[in-house]
Design a protein around this ligand. Structure first.
Ligand code: KMH
Ligand code: ZN
Length: 274
């Protein structure tokens, strides 16, 4: 019997706008409605960014709280998702801002363990930044999802483990195909999996057209999957996805076809040792 797979839905992101896709949720209410749709489609975790009144990315704790309250309310009858707050924010968000929503003590938060060119911008994560976020996550008992955009970021994460700033078992998400990061070939994925400390769990977020092939590879390789508008807005060539739920549903269907049950929230918590 193959292990169950969990699906993470990255429903908002920080860089997208309504000009890119009209299906992007922006307000806490829209985010909560989308959260309900992705939960119904099979997602257990929501990777959460929020936006201000003008639709700009923000790390405002009040807006995160409003979004999380609205999600919990909208999903009350089917069970709320695991919330994974972004500590990456948008490119250029100061560290102080990135840390703020952690005070809500979500189950999980993202932790990128290195700097990379992010298209024409730079997603800055020097060691001091990484260690500050890791330390705060540990103090608050929040499980990091370690975001790996390139292979050296795994070494930095194992360095944090040795320093006691993060605890095993580690969970990694490979974000592959960002211009400036590691590309999203199957050989890249397999190389990264081989580098992980024993006992780690992993998922993959393929960016753009890499999303579907990498997700299918993760199903076959007993990993987990993140999909959503944050990573890819096209459901098929030239066709926008109507929100993130269709992407989640497609992965859930493929997973079941390939003999993997889709983990509910409780199973996902057990897999991640939350
Ligand atoms: N918006 C990207 C620069 C995270 O959520 O931690 C960073 C990002 C990663 O989305
Ligand atoms: Zn993110």
């Amino acid at each position: 019997m193959k292990p169950p797979i969990f699906i993470t839905a990255a429903i908002v992101g920080a860089e997208l706008t309504r000009k890119d896709t009209p299906f992007l949720p922006l307000t806490p209410e829209e985010i909560a409605e989308e959260a309900r749709r992705v939960r119904e489609a099979g997602a257990a975790i929501i990777h959460l960014h929020v936006r201000d009144k003008k639709g700009r990315p923000t790390q405002d704790i009040k807006i995160f709280k409003a979004a999380i309250d609205a999600i919990e309310d909208k999903c009350a009858d089917i069970g709320p998702p695991i919330i994974q707050i972004s500590t990456g924010g948008a490119v250029g968000t100061p560290l102080k801002e990135r840390l703020k929503p952690l005070e809500l003590r979500p189950d999980m938060a993202s932790l990128t363990t290195g700097t990379l060119n992010f298209g024409a911008a730079v997603f800055m994560n020097d060691l001091k930044t990484i260690e500050t976020i890791a330390k705060r996550l540990k103090e608050l008992g929040i499980k990091p999802e370690i975001e790996i955009f390139d292979s050296g970021m795994i070494s930095t994460a194992t360095g944090l483990l040795k320093k006691g700033l993060i605890d095993a078992p580690l969970h990694f998400n490979f974000v592959l195909g960002v211009p400036g990061g590691m590309p999203g070939g199957l050989e890249d994925l397999i190389y990264l999996i081989k580098k992980l400390p024993k006992g780690s769990t992993w998922s993959v977020s393929g960016i753009g057209r890499m999303q579907l092939p990498l997700s299918l590879a993760a199903i076959i390789l007993n990993g987990h999957v993140r999909v959503g508008l944050e990573d890819n807005i096209y459901f098929s060539k030239g066709v926008l996805g109507e929100g993130t739920a269709p992407f989640v549903r497609r992965i859930a269907n493929y997973a079941r076809e390939l003999d993997r049950d889709v983990a509910d929230v409780g199973q996902t918590k057990r897999i991640l040792k939350l």
